[in-house]
Design a protein around this ligand. Sequence first.
Ligand SMILES: Nc1ncnc2c1ncn2[C@@H]1O[C@H](COP(=O)(O)OP(=O)(O)O)[C@@H](O)[C@H]1O
Ligand SMILES: [Mg+2]
Length: 240
Amino acid sequence: MSEHQTGSEDQRKSIVVTQKLTKIYGKGATRVAALKGVNLRVRRGEFVAVLGPSGSGKTTLLNMLGALDRPTSGRVFIDRVETSKVPERRLYKIRREKLGFIFQTYYLVPTLNALQNVLMPVLPIRANKRYKKRAVRLLEIVGLKDRMHHKPGELSGGEQQRVTIARALILNPSVILADEPTGNLDVKTGAEIIELMRWLNKERGKTFIIVTHDRRIAETAERVFYLMDGRLSDVPAEEY
Ligand SMILES: Nc1ncnc2c1ncn2[C@@H]1O[C@H](COP(=O)(O)OP(=O)(O)O)[C@@H](O)[C@H]1O
Ligand SMILES: [Mg+2]
């Protein structure tokens, strides 16, 4: 067991844990406390929604879970590794191996086709035949069998989001983190994307943590947390 792993029973069952997580941006007059002591515990195979209005700290929380940014204080564990302690040079590997990301604005490479985009996380290793086969299979699973050679500009928003879901799965991560995955989609397309993520959770056992203000995601989630002004609760505030 490495220096960053913990052995407690609780940690073994939980795939994502935060303890007293805080994030403060800026100083003095521009100081913003975006997270104020967030304790979150997600078990393997769960489909969890974190619901909160704009500015409540959703993206900040997701960036902490994804080791994309450092907390000001508190701890983050992903699959038993305390990422909040891991040096930056080693985080890259953890992000790639343990986490898949889905964002509101897709972040696809415009000059690459769908297949090449799905293979993007692989390229630094080797885009060998095995991965290419896997990418093709994933694109089939997300319903893009006939769009593999299309570039993002030739795909609808919903199709682009399907590409990012396939890309998130290519290295078979433990956890998928999604930030407003339906935020740029119309109601019907958004519902299809939610259904796809739920299917991947139920049938493929993928753990999902989705931050959103889309109540339909909360309706399908196994557990819902509410983020208000940097504080997490499992009961809705009055606004809900
Ligand atoms: N890089 C940053 N620098 C300063 N303040 C930030 C930064 N990112 C977010 N914030 C502030 O932190 C709070 C939470 O933001 P964010 O996590 O983006 O919320 P949400 O995703 O729920 O809309 C907001 O008040 C926002 O203005
Ligand atoms: Mg956000």
